[in-house]
Design a protein around this ligand. Structure first.
Ligand SMILES: Cc1cc2nc3c(=O)[nH]c(=O)nc-3n(C[C@H](O)[C@H](O)[C@H](O)COP(=O)(O)OP(=O)(O)OC[C@H]3O[C@@H](n4cnc5c(N)ncnc54)[C@H](O)[C@@H]3O)c2cc1C
Length: 252
């Protein structure tokens, strides 16, 4: 098992390409960091001309390169997409990732919506057993990373809200009918999707993990902007999470 370590420094941008409309893959050379990255962890990235760093999950790690995939949604991600070359200041890897050992005899089920898929690619590549990915997006054009799952032998079930690919509607409707007692869930996506999956898990007594996304300024637990209630206690998504056991998250 690798010891945790945090870095804060400038790292060379290898590439920053649009992989499909509105989605970019950023590759950064970071020889000293790669071996410390765990699935579910993230970095705070300093974006030029923008106040506050932006959190981005580790999408993958290959040799000495860390890759991130992000959707352009506002000023920070727009500015990030304009970077071609030079260096970027990264703080990380941050947070606690997925526990890969906890339920290793159960069947792996990954549930994702939108850009939540990014951190789950890294997870799928590290899990010993292949499983099923349930992935819901608004429309066909928002599907990313699907081939990466297929390439490593995962079964992929897709839904789109507009019916342009796979099942029409929410992925949680498909999931609800298929989940079994001996499944373990790994979930990341929009808060409404995570909430629904948590209810299904509770109803069917299914175990697993959810990765929460909250707005955060520091990424290390100082600003307390990402506080959530977990197991009756106030926890910071950045420092205590972003990954928590599904049954511990309290939904209002
Ligand atoms: C731990 C963590 C990991 C993340 N990993 C990824 C990733 O791998 N890929 C990716 O595309 N995005 C990821 N995000 C979300 C990403 O950080 C935000 O989309 C980004 O900071 C928005 O910055 P902006 O300046 O472009 O947009 P802003 O102008 O700040 O916001 C634009 C829109 O994005 C929403 N938004 C802003 N911050 C967040 C946030 N933290 N969570 C959800 N919605 C937000 C706002 O409500 C608004 O609607 C992650 C967030 C967290 C907390």
């Amino acid at each position: 098992m690798c010891v945790s370590k945090r870095f804060d420094g400038n790292y060379m941008v290898i590439s920053n390409k649009e992989i499909c409309p509105g989605y970019f893959e950023l590759e950064v050379k970071a020889c000293d960091i790669v071996k410390y990255c765990l699935p579910g962890q993230f970095f705070m990235i300093v974006v030029p001309n923008v106040f506050l760093r932006r959190p981005m999950s580790v999408h993958n790690v290959k040799k000495d390169i860390i890759s991130f995939i992000y959707k352009v949604v506002g000023k920070g991600t727009k500015e990030l997409s304009n970077i071609h070359g030079g260096v970027l200041q990264l703080l990380g890897p941050l947070g606690k990732g997925y526990n890969l050992e906890c339920y290793k005899d159960l069947n792996n089920v990954i549930v994702s919506g939108g850009t939540g898929i990014v951190s789950l690619c890294f997870l799928a590549s590290k899990l010993k057993k292949k499983g099923i990915l349930y992935y819901g997006v608004r429309s066909k054009n928002d599907l990313i990373c699907v081939d990466e799952f297929k390439k490593i032998g995962w079964k992929v079930i897709v839904s789109t809200e507009d019916g342009t690919e796979g099942y029409k509607g929410y992925i949680t409707d498909v999931l609800e009918k298929k989940l079994k007692m001996d499944d373990v869930l790994f979930v990341c996506g929009p808060v409404d999707m995570i909430r629904k999956v948590s209810y299904i898990a509770k109803e069917k007594s299914i175990r697993g993990f959810v990765s929460l996304e909250e707005k955060m300024a520091c990424g290390v637990g100082n600003c307390q902007g990402c506080a959530v209630k977990i197991g009756g206690l106030i926890r910071m998504v950045c420092k205590d999470g972003p990954v928590f056991k599904v049954e511990q998250v309290e939904w209002q």
